[in-house]
Design a protein. Sequence first.
Length: 328
Amino acid sequence: MKLKRLFLIFAIALIIVTGAGSWYVFVAGAPQFDSPQAERNTGLTFQVKTFNSVAMVGERRYGVVLPHDYAKQPHQRYPVLFLLHGGHGNERDFEDKAKLTSVLHDLYQRKQLPPSIVITPDGNDNRGSSPFWDSDYYDGPNGKVATLIGSELVQVVKSRYRTLNQPQFWAMGGISSGGWGALNIGLRYINQFRTFFSHTGYFTDISGMANSPKTFIQQIPVSAGKGLRIYLDAGEDDHQYLDATQAFHQTLNQLGIFNEFHVFPGGHGIVGPNVGWNYWHQHLADSLAFVGKQFKLALKQSQLDSIKKQQETQNGATNVTQSFSKKH
């Protein structure tokens, strides 16, 4: 009896300590060890905007960071990048917890990412944000979040900003459940998005195979799959997410879909130099540099196509002129 009582006391104490630690970090917003760098004057501005959603029946928010030269280049169009938060998150997470503008500034300075329009949606479903569940990044009983992000917000961004509209200039990724959400939504809209990334995400959802990217991606036509570009990473201490990411990486290889997979120290956790937002802050630049490579290749190909089209037009005009001269 005494041993059982001691075990019960220990179990209760463990639950209290774990719960308090989780609340301290994720609910109270307490800083983690080795917290992200302090604010810097990057010349970039993070703004929160709103729009009316038919899918979610009400006003929704998103964050946006425009390129340095956006206002000075009124005829310039830009690639677009969506970042999805994880559980108990919102549209401000990437700026407040990962210093998004600082990461973007450094990538621009190193020319690892072309100037881009960066969007951070509020991906919460109708239940709102909570540390006790992840958002349903799909159309289901808790709201049409997939339609919200993959369709409505895309159209809002196109109408409000000067975007390059071809799918090779659009990317979507996220952290944890946001990594799952990016693939789960994005693979349904490959006519709009071609590049994806996941930090410590998962690829099989409890709601079923319909919302499990590991299964869904196998239904995509081979020709369409060849155009996809996917970045994956997971923490070496994050066994559940590491196994899930490794399995998805293997599925992509079997399907012949271009992808990169990296394993880094740390992963999910409460506090520590390589866990939680510390991990995501450290490796956000890795995924965005991968996206940058895809954008730069697409921009180069677009320029080559434009030159080819101009040459064909000039050759056509020359042939018409020569034909006219021969007749007269």
